[in-house]
Structures are given as C-alpha cells and as structure tokens.
Design a protein around this ligand. Structure first.
Ligand code: FAD
Length: 287
C-alpha cells in the first residue's frame, strides 16, 4: 500500500523504524529483532539504508520480509551520496520487483575516508526525488529538520531548499528527532508559510541509554531541554530506570502532539521491540 493512502485515513498512525543488518553483522539476529517490532503491527514501518549504501540489499530484503510475513507496509530508505544513476535505477527496480511502493529519498552524509568527491552524480536529495518520480510507481518521502540541517546556514534557507525537494515530488516529510515539541510546532508554521503543504510526520526518538543521547546530539545537533537533561543525569546510570524514563518522555511528547492535532507519529524505535511496545502500550486507546 502507498503511504500517501495510509496518511489520507482519518485515524492516528504510529509507525516504527528499524535498521537492516550490516555486512559484518549476524544477519539472523538483526532480522529477528526487526521482525519482533513488526509483530507489534504498527501502521507502517521504515527500514534505514546504511551510510553510503553499506546495507543496500539488506534494506530491501528486510522491508520485503516485514511486508510478506507480517502484512505491515514498509518504506525503504535510499541514499544517493556516492551513487551512480545506474545503481539507483537497480535499487528501484529491485524494490519494484519485490512489491515495495514507498521510498524515503535521502542524500546521505559524506562517507568517512571516501576518496574523491562523493557528490558527483547527485548533490542533493531533490535530484534523487526527481529521478524516482521519473521512474514512477513509488510514493516518495523526504527528510526535514525542525532545527535546521547541520550544513545549512539557517532554517530559512533550509526551508527554501526543502520546498525545492517537495516540488520535485516528495509526498510527505519525516522530521529529524527533537526533544521539545515547541520546536516542531514552530517549524510547522514556517514550512506552511513557505507553501509546503505535504504531511509532516514528527520523528520521535526514545532515548533509553545515556550514551544514546550523546550520539544523537552529535549527529543531529538537536537541542536537549533541561527537563530531559535532568532525567538523563538522574537515571542514566540505571539501565532499567533510564529505559522506562525514555519511554515515558517519548510517550509524553507523542500525547502532546496528538492533543495538538498531529495525526501521524513516527518512532525511531530502531530494533528495540521492548521500547516500541512500551510506547504502543502507553498509547492504548489514544490511537
Ligand atoms: P538534502 O535534502 O539534500 O539536504 C542536505 C543539505 O543540502 C541541507 O543543508 C539542505 O539545506 C542543502 N540543500 C538542499 N538542496 C540544496 C540546493 N539546491 N542548494 C544548496 N543547498 C541545498 N541517512 C542514511 O545514511 N540512511 C538513512 O536511512 C537515513 N534516514 C534518515 C531518515 C530521516 C527521517 C532523517 C531526518 C535523516 C535520515 N538520514 C539517513 C540522514 C540524512 O541522510 C542526512 O541528514 C543527510 O546529511 C541529509 O540528507 P537529506 O536527504 O536531508 O539531504
């Protein structure tokens, strides 16, 4: 099913994200963890794409497995940094062959130790979006950044670039994580003012380990409110307490979003079914 059709429905959706096995990982163990999340039957799931195409075929394999075994619609992520147009075409053909109709079109980050310029054939995600649109038959999504993308000078120019990506064919956008909902509401006003009218799906990251917060902040540059810092300071050294506090903080963010009229919520559950289930159980009756 196309995500655009799921998003048109009236009910609130809760989706989960998983990652595929890396080439060096234990394939079966990672697959099993992703399937445990699928067993929770979220509204749909997305499967990430390893930096620089490192999990290329595993992304599609896991996405297909989730659809076939658990009847949960999936989105396959696809990045274009360092890719040739031929390779992108092969990836899209592989998706079409196995019945994947949703793709999250991303530029990706510059790979470490990459020799030469990785942005030769593709410079920005909007070029990938245009190619996928031309390929046809896919519901195309893109990423957006409520606090601005790390490379952009300011949120204003970032939103102008985002408009180009949507005009190229994005049918919805999923946000980078944020820990303060006011940042999201503010961003939503600005993108609507800029004439971007596709659904914007907030991406919520449950932080259940103190180290995870450091990595998340390093990667995304997102703001961490004092309220959440205190939680991590207090419970960070107690794994069970930190997991519970992280689930509750994420649930609290989601309830506030739903109460403010946001109908579609994406959770960066990664392959942790306990965290995904914890959030889902907390929302019982709200979805
Ligand atoms: P773009 O939309 O191309 O934007 C990148 C930068 O270029 C921005 O600063 C933008 O303002 C600027 N820009 C865009 N167009 C122009 C233009 N025409 N002229 C000048 N500047 C321009 N990474 C992975 O490797 N695998 C994943 O599976 C993955 N999933 C993600 C899912 C979500 C929801 C999010 C938010 C991010 C994800 N990422 C993933 C990370 C993403 O690849 C990086 O954030 C990357 O640096 C930017 O990708 P993008 O698609 O947003 O790029």
């Amino acid at each position: 099913m196309k995500l655009s059709d799921i998003l048109k429905k009236e009910q609130v959706t809760l989706s989960f994200e998983v990652f595929p096995p890396k080439a060096t990982a234990n394939y079966e163990a990672v697959e099993e963890a992703a399937y445990r999340v699928a067993k929770l039957k979220p509204s749909y799931m997305s499967v990430t794409y390893g930096a620089g195409g490192s999990t290329r075929s595993n992304t599609v394999k896991i996405a297909k497995g989730i659809q076939d075994k658990y009847n949960v619609t999936t989105i396959a992520h696809l990045t274009c940094v360092g890719a040739t147009k031929e390779r992108i075409l092969q990836d899209l053909e592989q998706m079409r062959e196995v019945g994947i109709e949703n793709v999250l079109a991303l530029r990706g980050d510059r790979p470490q130790n990459y020799e030469g310029d990785p942005f030769v054939q593709y410079h920005y995600a909007s070029e990938l979006v245009a190619d996928i649109k031309e390929f046809g038959g896919m519901c195309i999504g893109g990423a957006c950044y409520p606090e601005g993308h790390v490379e952009s000078a300011n949120t204003h120019t970032d939103i102008l670039h985002l408009k180009k990506k949507v005009d190229a064919g994005c049918e919805y956008l999923t946000t980078q994580m944020f820990f303060d909902n006011n940042i999201f509401y503010n961003f939503l006003c600005k993108v609507r003012e800029a004439g971007i009218d596709v659904p914007i799906i907030p991406g919520i990251m449950p932080i259940t380990r103190a180290k995870q917060l450091q990595n998340a902040v390093k990667l995304s540059g997102c703001n961490v409110p004092m309220r959440f810092r205190s939680i991590v300071d207090c419970f960070g050294s107690n794994p069970m307490a930190m997991q519970q506090a992280g689930i509750i903080y994420a649930t609290d963010q989601i309830i506030d979003l739903i109460a403010n009229g946001i109908k579609h919520i994406h959770v960066y559950s990664m392959n942790n079914s306990n965290v995904a289930k914890g959030i889902q159980d907390n929302l019982l009756g709200l979805l």
